[in-house]
Design a protein around this ligand. Structure first.
Ligand code: COA
Ligand code: AMP
Length: 625
């Protein structure tokens, strides 16, 4: 079937289309009701179905006689270790840890927070939650104790699962002090913490609250998967909104499993037994979907890589992994490849490895700039596929669905609408724009299976943030256009969210932290251009009078408070101390103009500006910097 035929089927009769895809997974109770509305009047998929996601990812393959197939490969250049788990072995570990969780009073619907480095125990903990119907909430290791505390208060997990440390390029980061601090800061107190002790650091445990992973699992019996409703949540994953409070994206079991299975074939063209590698982190949505769930549900081999694209030990590490494990498709962020290109511009390291099994490269998380696209295409001779998605959708909204038809790619474009997604470009009033015209990108409801069902404990925020702006549509927060050939071009966010090394951050949240410093009168944070990370946060701050700090002291304190309150991944690149911020006559800060000046781009003086002299002052200051 051609891409167009498949797409038409998905849009002409979504119910028949998704019923067919749902037939491709093994249900405990097959759904009869494919699409309906819930009590909040939101669409839901497979309402009366029952299943277990851990069963689909593990037991099912064993029942099919594939227990000895490698399910997960752990490759850790930062600790010099490697480990392989067959489906039998992974199931054994998951079923034991599921029992450990049950013994810590975790029941169906209870939350478990997972704050882990990239070690197999992170995936084991996630699948163990799924096995007993608990809801996991994984928090990326680069977030601070303060951010962790916000998530603890929102998700209210009975148990936290963590490890004694994470390992970065040149340093070991103790995790346990962060957990202790977060629990001290949070209002809600989890009853237990289960800590995986790594050789590099042994964490000290609090009596009657903290337990050692190894001793709990050593003689643990295994538990069988329980039946959950398709609409029961599988996980909550927090992502940045435009305010300081992150949004808990909720994903349910049934529609997620169907979308994951469909996408592995349709988008990535991966068959059971083949090796798929998403070089991301389990703390992000890419890690949830394409390190853990989709490859395992599809019966493939997945790779959990604890390292960076460069310096672990060099910029050839991605290619080494691809050769060593016969990776068929590699998925990472443009940032990773920009970092590789910087270290190895002539691609000498690519030549060192036999990449004959590698068929395609997939990129997402931020815009794939044409220069990186071209470099990768030239140096690898492989199809380089940009695809666009969000934490909220859980899988690609636009892509080149290679498993359906190998359509051509276009530099700068994130591809065509993935079957299931009806993408429209609309103006500020919700009117559909013509091809080639840039506007807000919206998706006509219903969203396909796999997308968020709500925001955790905040149905109003779900409606206000996504559904109320253009009735009948989900608003993505991204802007762009669709060209004459139906290819989508994502041009950037239409809100105050920036993208740092493929990680989504809210400038509003960073501004909140800066404004809390006693010396600051007001501030504006923008995402300045960075040749490796795409964007990095930079701040303009106005000091209060009579502040007893030198500029250097203030800047250092502000940078430190961002690291402490949000985490090292948000670290500020530059802080500019200014007398005034450029504003409109109605007092709105001119962030776009500030960003253009910081990036040295040409800009137009907005007609609404209050005082044009402020822009001249800023230009002078940054020119002199
Ligand atoms: N736990 C603890 N700290 C972490 C962390 C984690 N899981 N991940 C990052 N950090 C810390 C880093 O140690 C660093 O701290 P420092 O400022 O004290 O040195 C800081 O956060 C910034 O890290 P990072 O953004 O990784 O920058 P880097 O300069 O160390 O590395 C790249 C640059 C390009 C190699 C790296 O950003 C990268 O691999 N990017 C690709 C990201 C990606 O795959 N995103 C995909 C999501 S789909
Ligand atoms: P996250 O939820 O962290 O995955 O971030 C999602 C956001 O990242 C999107 O809303 C986009 O702004 C951006 N993004 C992700 N993939 C792409 C892509 N392929 N092209 C352009 N922007 C992207």
């Amino acid at each position: 079937m051609s891409y167009q035929e498949e797409y038409n089927q998905s849009s002409n009769d979504p119910i028949a289309f998704w019923r067919k895809q749902a037939d491709d997974i093994q249900w405990i109770k097959k759904p009869n009701i494919i699409l309906s509305k819930n009590s909040e009047n939101n669409y839901q998929w497979f309402e009366d179905g029952q299943l277990n996601t851990s069963y689909l990812a593990l037991d099912y393959h064993i029942e099919q006689g594939n227990g000895d197939t490698i399910a997960l490969i752990y490759d850790s250049p930062v600790t010099n270790s490697k480990q392989k788990f067959t489906y039998n072995e992974l199931k054994h570990e998951v079923a034991k840890f599921a029992c450990v969780l049950k013994n810590k009073n975790i029941e169906k619907g209870d939350r478990v927070l997972i704050y882990m480095p990239m070690i197999p125990q992170a995936a084991i903990a996630m699948l163990a939650c799924a096995r007993i119907g608990a809801i996991h909430s994984v928090v990326f290791g680069g977030f601070s104790a303060h951010e962790l505390a916000i998530r603890i208060d929102d998700a209210q997990p009975k148990v936290i699962v963590s490890a004694s440390c994470g390992v970065e390029i040149k340093k070991v980061i103790p995790y346990k002090p962060m957990i202790d601090k977060a629990i001290e800061l949070s209002q809600y107190k989890p009853s237990s913490c289960i800590i995986y002790q790594r050789e590099l650091i042994e964490a000290s445990l609090v009596t009657d609250r903290d337990y050692c992973w190894a001793s709990l699992t050593e003689n643990s019996p295994e538990v069988e998967p329980v039946a959950v409703n398709a609409t029961d949540p599988l996980y909550i994953l927090y992502t940045s909104g435009t305010t300081g409070k992150p949004k808990g994206v909720v994903r349910d079991n049934g529609s997620h499993a169907v979308a994951m299975k469909y996408s592995m074939k349709a988008i990535y063209d991966i068959e059971p037994g083949e090796v798929f590698w998403a070089a991301s982190d389990v703390g992000w949505v890419v890690g949830h979907s394409y390190i853990v769930y989709a490859p395992l549900i599809a019966g493939c081999t997945t790779i959990l890589f604890e390292g960076k694209p460069v310096f672990t030990p060099d910029a050839g590490t991605f290619w080494r992994v691809c050769e060593e494990y016969n990776v068929k498709a590699l998925f990472s962020a443009p940032t990773a490849f920009r970092a590789i290109c910087k270290e190895d511009p002539n691609a000498d390291l690519i030549q060192k490895y036999d990449l004959s099994n590698l068929k395609r490269l997939y990129l997402a998380g931020e815009r794939l700039d044409p220069a990186t696209y071209q470099w990768l295409k030239d140096k690898t001779n492989l199809p380089v596929i940009d695809h666009w998605w969000q934490t909220e959708t859980g899988w690609a909204i636009a892509s080149i669905p290679y498993g359906i038809e190998a359509k051509k790619t276009k530099a700068g474009s994130a591809g065509l609408a993935t079957p299931g997604y009806d993408i429209k470009v609309v103006d500020g009033s919700g009117n559909e724009l013509a091809k080639g015209e840039e506007g807000n990108i919206a998706i006509k409801l219903p969203l396909p299976p796999g997308c968020l069902s709500t925001i955790w404990q905040n149905a109003e925020r779900f409606k206000d943030g996504y559904l109320n702006t253009f009735p009948g549509y989900y608003v993505t927060g991204d802007g762009g256009y669709i060209d004459e050939d139906d290819y989508l071009f994502i041009m950037g966010r239409t809100d105050d969210i920036i993208n740092v090394a493929g990680h989504r951050m809210s400038t509003g949240e960073i501004e909140e932290v800066i404004s809390n410093h006693p010396a600051i009168a007001e501030c504006a944070v923008i995402g300045g251009h960075c040749s490796i990370k795409g964007q990095v946060p930079s701040a303009l701050v106005v000091m209060k009078n009579n502040v007893n700090l030198t500029n250097e002291e203030l800047i250092s304190e502000l940078k430190q408070s961002i690291r402490e309150q949000i985490g090292p991944i948000a670290s500020l690149r530059e802080v500019h101390i200014v007398q005034r911020l450029p504003k409109t006559r109605s007092g709105k800060i001119l962030r776009k103009t500030i960003r253009q000046i910081v990036d040295g781009e040409e800009y137009q003086i907005p007609s609404t500006i209050d005082d044009p002299i402020v822009l001249e002052e800023l230009q002078l200051l940054l020119g002199a910097a």
